[in-house]
Ligand binder design. Structure first.
Ligand code: NAG
Ligand code: NAG
Ligand code: NAG
Ligand code: NAG
Ligand code: NAG
Length: 296
């Protein structure tokens, strides 16, 4: 009897051990398939399939934790970082990245299997959008550990914004150099309670910018948009801000220093290339830590 129990115990132990060690290929099958799925989009439209993501091979013995642009946690073998920036390897200094000639679309739901992902970089890809907005975004909420999402240098428009609110663990959201315009939909994103870094620079945003619910922001970049001076009063509530960049917008007249008086942690303020005039008298409290600002 006792021997039988011992045998059961051993067997159970082996089964548990067996499910944790997944062969000798290291990575998880679902994560491997997700990457292969992404590669299909990368090499579509005549992109050079032979040299792009060449270590990502469709071979079940291949350890996808060792593939280029992938970082796994060495204990769990789950993917934690994906550097999918510039996957088509454009010359990023050339003009062609911005001519809109090679826009492509991806399926967002393919990332849903990467449940341990912390850092996803999709910048410099000329991606025009997602082909599965509705279902894709719903499933994005399964990325419960994602802290950094860089979507810069693509052709995304505002329609992706409403659903990024599902990524509640995000600390850093980079949306610069995209095709977004009109007013910034703050309400749809204020579920991002952990957000510390928000970069919406180089888009066409204008109108009001109420950032209620974004009080944890430490680093805000709204440069190169069409905001006017009226937005500054709402920024005064972001008291943890250390960096504020508002250059290259449509602000004019005197600079309303008093609106930013509460920003006692501010270290970097960039207000350059607006239409500000007059002298800048830095009297308020907010300059106590200020180490650097640019005027014109
Ligand atoms: C890897 O995963 C283990 C277990 O979940 C965790 O304790 C550790 O901090 C992780 N390491 C990294 C580098 O993420
Ligand atoms: C992707 O970005 C990382 C930094 O996040 C950089 O080290 C790497 O060189 C970039 N890869 C390409 C192909 O641009
Ligand atoms: C993403 O990759 C780009 C291009 O290589 C790099 O400049 C940027 O810093 C990366 N983003 C993050 C958040 O590391
Ligand atoms: C945003 O881009 C998607 C994909 O290209 C397109 O279907 C949609 O009409 C665009 N929406 C706006 C408001 O431009
Ligand atoms: C904002 O820009 C849009 C075009 O993108 C324009 O239709 C609208 O009138 C602008 N609103 C303001 C307040 O400037």
């Amino acid at each position: 009897m006792e021997l039988a129990n011992l045998a059961k115990c051993l067997l159970l132990g082996l089964i548990i051990l067996g499910t944790q060690i997944h062969g000798n290929k290291g990575c998880f099958e679902a994560e491997r398939l997700a990457l292969l799925n992404f590669k299909k989009f990368v090499v579509s439209d005549g992109a050079d399939a032979d040299h792009l993501l060449s270590s990502w091979v469709d071979d079940s013995m291949s350890d996808c934790c060792k593939w280029e642009r992938v970082t796994c946690n060495s204990t769990t073998s789950h993917m934690i970082e994906l550097f999918l920036n510039n996957t088509r390897q454009h010359d990023i200094d050339s003009e062609s990245l911005f001519d809109g000639e090679n826009i492509w679309f991806i399926k967002l739901s393919m990332f849903q299997q990467l449940k341990e992902l912390r850092n996803l970089n999709l910048s410099y890809n000329e991606i025009g959008g997602f082909i599965d907005y509705d279902e894709g975004f719903e499933r994005l909420s399964e990325l419960k550990k994602l802290e950094t999402l860089d979507l810069s240098y693509n052709w995304f428009n505002n329609s992706i914004l409403s659903s990024l609110g599902a990524l509640t663990s995000l600390k850093s959201l980079i949306l610069s150099w995209n095709n977004m315009r009109g007013s910034f939909p703050s309400k749809e994103l204020n579920s991002l309670k952990n957000l510390k870094i928000l970069d919406i620079s180089v888009n066409g945003f204008n109108g009001s910018l109420s950032l209620e619910g974004f009080e944890r922001l430490e680093d805000l970049d709204i440069s190169y948009n069409q905001f006017d001076k009226s937005i500054l009063s709402s920024l005064g509530a972001l008291t943890l801000l250390r960096t504020l960049k508002i250059g290259w917008n449509d602000m004019e007249g005197s600079f309303p220093v008093q609106e930013l008086n509460n920003l006692k942690n501010l270290e970097i303020l960039d207000i350059s290339y607006n239409g500000f005039n007059g002298s800048l008298s830095l009297e308020g409290n907010f300059i106590s830590h200020l180490i650097c600002y640019f005027y014109w």
